[in-house]
Design a protein around this ligand. Structure first.
Ligand code: VG1
Ligand code: CO
Length: 544
């Protein structure tokens, strides 16, 4: 095998964000851009000679070409075996599953997740370590530092490997195994959930479901698991073929971007259950007939009922949520007498807690839920969890949710996103907020008094690593809360996220529209941060 040592110069913008490195396709396809980053990963991680690497992506534009480059670089860097999904497809949770099951040294996932794809869209690279989870910050920072100094990368001179059929190929001394992207994952799901009961649910006339794969990676998984294994009627899965540009849509399962599904679930002849997933299959949105379950509530409902599901019948060791996620799950943890951890945004912070056996379930308000079955959030897993509960309880989603609130109270919750704002203005706004934190306690805002304000910092209780600057949080005397942070996944300007929540114990008041229930907090957020003055925006672009 001929190996080329290619001379290169560093790019200065290869610092991974909340979840991997994400850039416009036009940036990622510049000569040497992808190669520099991949070489930085391989040089930093230094897998032992002959190690196994998992490789796949969400099928977006440039997926196929990037996979061939990475295969050649893996061979040149001494990798012994690559497990690659057929057609270059692997969802993020499936990649995590495959890494763990086959003892791989790590995995490379090509995805910009919920960001749009296509030639004008985004591309991304995530690196996961041997535990199957996103590389922790210490690793991503080392990769970044390496990318600032890189002078050379190694690549094998070799033709493309055919990926259209499962089977084994060789690339020099490296073996390339093209695997079924669904098989290992489906087998794991079957061990966690009561497939017989879910099958019976789909066979009863009383239940109809619509799953919208948004032309992203979960299509093949949903067709195989929901329709073929669990007997859901064909047509249950819509937009199930992954497309390089996601059909022109935004593969983000929320009330705005998955509006077709939302409309269907609020129609007169709505199905009983609706769900969607994002570009790389790690997010989920849960809907009932005329009902939307916030991700924060979904996590709490799953935690409260986990013992009913085969994979979790022994109960939960603990739970974790990202800081901006509502405190609904905290109430369940308190009732069960288990620990509840509050981590910074991003799945990488759950890894050490999961590895140490401190938590079983975790979740984020951004439509991410997961457990210790893999080390990523897992969209279809959450959908199957809900299906298992619905198969047992045989009640509408709305009734289940109402019952949950009656027991635990309701945490009214919303997130307002201001997208593509001027980066300097966004940072100035956060800096001003941070500088004013000390004067906030005691200050009256609307009808509330501020009791606590900080810039969230986190010390990992397992490995002691510290992460600072993770979001401004402001807590009021009725325990209502506002959080401000800037997104770490965007590729254009800055995105401001404002998270708002308040607790309502009274079941008589559990029927409000969240925007109305939170109207005074929304006004308080604008007053505190002077959003309009800093950004020129009078309303958010996306409300979830
Ligand atoms: C967003 C979400 C965060 C999530 C991350 C990756 O990050 O808020 O909760 O972990 O996306 O999800 P940010 O920094 O833009 O707020 V995915 O499905 O895009 O890998
Ligand atoms: Co994702």
């Amino acid at each position: 095998m001929k190996i080329d040592n290619v001379t290169t110069t560093p790019f200065d913008d290869q610092r991974p964000g909340t979840s991997g490195l994400r850039k416009k396709v036009s940036r990622f396809t510049q000569p040497h851009y992808l190669e520099n980053f991949i070489q930085s990963i391989l040089s930093v991680v230094e897998p032992r000679a002959g190690a196994t690497l998992v490789l796949g992506g969400d099928g977006r534009y440039h997926n196929a070409e990037a996979i061939q480059v990475i295969l050649r670089m893996a061979a040149a860097n001494g990798i012994g075996r690559v497990l690659v999904g057929r057609d270059g497809i692997l969802s993020t949770p499936a990649a995590s599953c495959v890494i763990r099951k086959h003892g791989a040294a790590g995995g490379i996932i090509l995805s910009a997740s919920h960001n749009p794809g296509g030639p004008q869209g985004d591309f991304g690279v995530k690196f996961n370590t041997a535990n199957g989870g996103p590389a922790p910050e210490t690793v991503t920072e080392t990769i970044y530092r390496h990318s600032r100094e890189i002078r050379e990368y190694r690549i094998a001179a070799h033709g493309d490997i055919p990926l259209g059929r499962t089977g084994r190929h060789t690339l020099g001394t490296m073996s390339v195994e093209v695997i079924d992207p669904v098989a290992d994952y489906a087998e794991l799901m079957e061990r966690l959930f009561d497939f017989d009961r879910i099958h019976a649910l789909f066979n009863s006339d009383a239940f109809r479901m619509r799953f919208d794969a948004l032309h992203a990676v979960t299509g093949p998984y949903a067709h195989a698991i929901l329709e073929r294994r669990l007997g859901a009627p064909p047509g249950t899965v819509v937009h199930g073929t992954p497309l390089p540009d996601f059909g022109g849509g935004h593969p983000d399962p929320n009330l705005v971007y998955a509006h077709e599904l939302v409309d269907a679930l609020y129609a007169a002849d709505a199905p009983d259950f609706g769900a969607a997933s994002d570009g790389d299959g790690d997010r989920n949105m849960i809907l009932g007939r005329h009902c939307f379950v916030t991700p924060s509530d979904s996590l709490a409902v799953l935690a409260a009922n986990a013992h009913l599901v085969p994979g979790y019948r022994l109960g939960l060791r603990g739970v974790a949520r990202s800081m901006p996620t509502s405190r609904a799950v905290d109430r369940v943890a308190a009732a069960q007498g288990i620990d509840c951890y509050e981590t910074p945004t991003g799945w990488k912070f759950f890894g050490s807690l999961l590895d140490a056996g401190r938590v079983t379930l975790c979740g984020e308000e951004s439509f991410g839920t997961g457990s210790d079955h893999v080390r990523e959030k897992d969209g279809l897993w959450a959908v199957l969890f809900w299906l298992n509960l619905l198969a047992l309880k045989r009640q509408p989603v709305a009734a289940l949710l109402r019952e949950h609130w009656r027991t635990f109270g309701r945490d009214y919750y919303t997130r307002h996103d201001y997208e593509g704002i001027d980066s300097a203005a966004a940072h100035a706004m956060i800096d001003t907020l941070r500088e004013g934190l000390g004067s906030l306690p005691g200050r009256r805002v609307g009808a509330r008094n501020t009791v606590y304000a900080d810039d969230f910092a986190y010390t990992d209780p397992v490995d002691g690593s510290v992460s600072t600057g993770q979001g401004i949080r402001i807590v009021f005397d009725d325990d209502a809360r506002i959080v401000f942070r800037l997104s770490g996944t965007g590729t254009e300007g800055a995105t401001l996220r404002v998270y708002l929540e308040r607790f309502e114990p009274d079941p008589e008041r559990h029927d409000l529209d969240p925007q109305a229930a939170l109207a005074d907090l929304i006004a308080a957020a604008n007053e505190l941060a002077a959003i309009e003055r800093h950004t020129g925006r009078t309303a958010p672009d996306v409300i979830t």
